[in-house]
Design a binder for this molecule. Structure first.
Ligand SMILES: CC(C)(COP(=O)(O)OP(=O)(O)OC[C@H]1O[C@@H](n2cnc3c(N)ncnc32)[C@H](O)[C@@H]1OP(=O)(O)O)[C@@H](O)C(=O)NCCC(=O)NCCS
Length: 182
């Protein structure tokens, strides 16, 4: 098992752009971040939609991921502006696989190609630095944004879970994606 703590103190600049990733610390939690978690437009395709979040919830979540041996929770920063998150985890070192999950909270940064760049960067990081061999992701079948981004990043749809979640009172499918180290 790799010790991932060393990756929690580094800021990773993405392709010389204004974008960077760094592991979130409790000090990074803010009213803005809390606002994203309670904004139905941001969380409607995630399990977060079923809950009203308070400041302590997000602090606890960030704290838990910061001390986890199996998760890297990165904030996505545009210069110094926190605009969203991407999580690699839980990492399974036995099978050399991990799940990713992500969102952009600041609406003005959506549809600008940011998540495509961020996911590609994190996949490369996972394969090269952490020696993982496969990354998986999932989304609701009606989450066209996430589906398109994952396909653009080279993921393959590996399966469909039929009528797996409830979205606006209807049962809908979820999709399972995977990408292998070449
Ligand atoms: C969905 C999301 C992750 C996409 O990230 P992004 O940085 O906006 O995506 P990109 O700009 O890299 O877009 C990649 C492609 O997806 C398309 N796309 C992005 N959002 C879309 C949407 N809501 N509906 C349809 N297509 C969308 C883009 O137009 C682009 O297509 P193109 O290459 O043909 O131009 C981001 O907008 C987001 O976090 N949204 C809200 C929360 C959410 O749904 N999170 C995911 C939960 S699993």
């Amino acid at each position: 098992m790799k010790n991932i703590n060393r990756y929690k103190n580094i800021s990773y600049k993405i392709n010389h752009s204004e974008l960077s990733l760094r592991s979130l610390k409790v000090e990074d939690t803010s009213e803005k971040y809390l606002g994203w978690m309670n904004d139905i437009e941001i969380v409607k395709f995630t399990e977060q939609k079923n809950k009203k979040h308070n400041f302590q919830d997000i602090k606890n979540y960030v704290d838990e991921k910061q001390s986890s041996k199996f998760d890297l929770l990165f904030g996505i920063f545009h210069n110094s502006d926190h605009i969203g998150n991407i999580k690699l985890g839980p990492i399974n070192f036995n099978h050399k696989i991990s799940e990713i999950s992500f969102f952009i909270g600041e609406k003005k940064y959506m549809n600008k190609g940011i998540m495509t760049k961020v996911i590609k960067y994190l996949i490369n990081f996972s394969f090269k630095k952490l020696s993982l061999e496969k990354i998986t992701a999932g989304c609701y079948s009606n989450n066209l944004g996430s589906k398109k981004v994952l396909l653009k990043c080279g993921f393959t749809i590996e399966g469909k879970r039929r009528r797996h979640v409830i979205y606006e009172k209807k049962r809908i499918d979820t999709l399972i994606f995977g990408i292998l180290k070449k």
